[in-house]
Design a protein. Structure first.
Length: 316
């Protein structure tokens, strides 16, 4: 019997937790094949009654485990802690607000056990009920990050996904502290199937993600996923050199035709050329920073999914 771990980061979710627990247990018990399961709730320094509710759930149900942080460390820390504590053969990451429908757990499990996928994730096809400005910035974020990274992050992808133990171990093998899970899930590879659904409103309560927090999270995600911003200095170097070249040509033409060349024109030529060399120097330094950035993350050079030895062991 397979064991499914349901990892649920929580921050001030006292209104949603009982309903989430009830609906998720129903979904797990409705599988076409019997499965064992466990809940790993991670209380991310909640200031309401989230922790007392988790204590009570753990007393009532041996399937419930929880981790409570000493303060709010953020969702990425909660995700990492939950994945690290999970013991299941398959691990599911879910939010407590029921915007991640528990009814998807069965088809996600089938996608892994029957169709051979390593991960079954969910993506929203619409963002109805969200503010239009927030939705527009979300689409812009996905377009931008997919332009500047080598890994694909699907537009509308949720953290809601079910992964095999092998994939979870691969994600946990990435030791970096500044984590952006959506990019990490993509970077480790493995076969992923996407289930699509329309946006679902929170069951109760209000979102803890303000526009400011989402913006900070998006900027941090881009910084974590790519070194592309460092290359902006090379662009400025090229533009300033081009501008200096244009002014130099103008100065030469003026001089050749007998037109007086003003001191301002000469100064602008020198200024733009000097600025181009300055930004070129900054780019060279940033290239070394990129190497430091890559090495500090300490990601493995490759991740092995299968070898011929696995096939031999399976036949014995």
């Amino acid at each position: 019997m397979d064991k499914i771990s349901v990892v649920c980061p929580c921050y001030n979710e006292e209104e949603c937790l009982p309903l989430f627990y009830e609906e998720t247990v129903k979904a797990l018990r409705a599988f076409s094949v019997p499965v064992d399961y466990e809940f790993i709730f991670v209380d991310d320094g909640s200031k309401d009654n989230t922790l007392p509710i988790l204590r009570e759930l753990a007393k009532q149900d041996a399937h419930v485990r929880y981790i409570s942080f000493s303060r709010n460390f953020g969702k990425e820390a909660a995700i990492y802690a939950g994945l690290k504590a999970a013991e299941g053969d398959c691990v599911t990451l879910m939010d407590a607000d029921l915007q991640d429908p528990p009814s998807f757990l069965a088809p996600m499990y089938d996608g892994i056990t029957k169709e051979g996928y390593d991960c079954v994730g969910c993506r929203r096809t619409t963002r109805k009920s969200e503010p239009k400005l927030r939705s527009a910035f979300a689409h812009l974020f996905y377009k931008l990050i997919n332009k500047v990274t080598t890994t694909e992050i699907v537009d509308g992808a949720r953290d809601f996904r079910m992964m095999t133990r092998q994939m979870v171990n691969a994600v946990l093998s990435l030791p970096e502290k500044d984590r952006f899970s959506k990019e990490l899930f993509s970077w480790v590879g493995f076969r992923t199937k996407w289930l699509e659904y329309e946006n679902i409103e929170r069951a109760k309560g209000t979102s803890k993600w303000s526009f400011r927090k989402l913006t900070r999270y998006a900027v941090g995600g881009i910084e974590s996923a790519t070194d592309a911003p460092l290359k902006i200095n090379l662009l400025f170097a090229a533009l300033f050199f081009l501008a200096g070249l244009v002014f130099a040509v103008i100065d030469i033409v003026f001089a050749a035709t007998g037109t007086d060349v003003s001191a301002t024109m000469i100064l602008l030529t020198v200024l733009f050329v000097c600025l181009s060399f300055l930004f070129l120097g900054i780019y060279v330094v940033s290239d070394y920073v990129k190497k430091i950035f890559t090495n500090v993350k300490s990601r493995p050079l490759f991740i092995v999914k299968e070898t011929d030895k696995d096939q031999t062991d399976g036949q014995n």
